[in-house]
Design a protein around this ligand. Structure first.
Ligand code: HSE
Length: 338
């Protein structure tokens, strides 16, 4: 399987690191030997080599600040743009992990269109296209006879999407409620430990949890985008951001957190989705609620089902390897189905 990585930040590099470190295991256990043939960054160059790129050299070039530091090699092409690589490279799969845009989903949406148009599978960590154009993407994937997977978009590699769309097939899911943003959950935990808001946010950024613009996290838009993905993909409801109530955590003070603590409660940023609509807002939960005990950058989701009752999944919600794993799980799925 040949991969074109569009976006090579925390998440794309996380996937590359996993593919390098688990190469033997992936080959032996799953007969899976993927090869990165192209990498595109927004400001740090791009590379394409139809025979494959060396992961160590890719990661070390990024450590030095630019893909120009990748050693010259026969057949190496530098600086093709994303659309040219998607259309003209020999990749089988486009893996898209550029920044999520919840206003237009661009440029990633055009990348997805070009990928299906040129016969490639699409695997997304980018939330924008799934949140804003899910039904179009499904139609394009179906007509191209290619796969569209996006496990990494909600709860990183913790399989919230596959749980709902695969493992729970046959159940009717009537509600999803959870903690879908790692950055804000991390900040709230650190504020409970007495750390000032700004310092906790800076830590979440340096740990690779936050979006490029962390306002998307703290103002609730990232969790809302994930709620849209659940609404569209799990419930088949074409919900939009303007139809949702969205509130973030930036107005929560240390005093609010203390008041809740004295009442035996904790603030959590809770996303709630039903077939009728969705919301994201800070909510005070009793410490006996399982969601109140989801700590750090972990996320959780409870699906309410007709046959199993409530099913809760808790796990990593952000970060380099957890999100890189979400992409890997989709690639393995394509490998199994191909
Ligand atoms: N910024 C996101 C979060 C990354 O903190 O949850 C994972 O989508």
């Amino acid at each position: 399987m040949k991969l074109a990585l569009i976006g090579f930040g925390v998440v794309g590099q996380g996937l590359a690191e996993i593919l390098r470190d688990k190469a033997d295991d992936l080959h032996q256990s799953y007969d899976f030997a993927p090869q990165i043939v192209a990498v595109v960054t927004q400001r740090r160059g791009s590379l394409y080599c139809l025979d494959g790129l060396r992961i160590d050299d890719l990661l070390s070039a990024m450590t030095k600040g630019h893909l120009d530091h990748y050693p010259d090699a026969a057949g190496l092409i530098r600086d093709w743009d994303a659309l040219r690589i998607i259309r003209e490279s020999n990749a089988d799969v486009m893996v898209e992990s550029t920044h999520s845009n919840f206003e237009t989903a661009q440029p990633a949406l055009d990348y997805c269109r070009a990928a299906f148009d040129s016969g490639k599978h699409v695997v997304l960590a980018n939330k924008g296209p799934v949140a804003l154009a899910y039904s179009e993407l499904v139609t394009l994937a179906d007509s191209a006879g290619k796969k569209l997977f996006f496990e990494a978009t909600v709860m990183a590699g913790t399989p919230s999407i596959r749980l709902a769309m695969d493992a729970l097939s046959g159940c009717q899911i009537t509600e999803a409620r959870g903690i879908l943003n790692g950055t804000t959950n991390y900040i709230l935990m650190q504020m409970e430990n007495g750390m000032p808001y700004g310092e906790a946010l800076a830590q979440a950024q340096s740990l690779g949890y936050a979006e490029a613009d962390p306002a998307g996290d703290v103002d609730g838009w990232d969790a809302a985008g994930k709620a849209l993905i659940l609404a569209n993909a799990v419930f088949g409801t074409p919900l939009t951001l303007s139809q949702m109530t969205v509130k973030g955590i930036s107005n929560l003070t240390q005093a609010d957190i203390e008041t809740a603590r004295h009442a035996g409660e904790r603030w959590k940023l809770i996303a709630h989705v039903t077939p009728e609509g969705g919301s994201v807002q800070p909510t005070r939960l009793p410490v006996t609620d399982p969601l109140a005990n989801v700590s750090g950058a972990n996320n959780a989701i409870t699906y309410k089902t007709d046959l199993l009752g409530r099913v809760t999944l808790i796990g990593a919600g952000a970060g380099r390897l957890p999100t890189g794993f979400g992409l890997l799980s989709d690639l393995l799925n394509i490998h199994r189905l191909a």
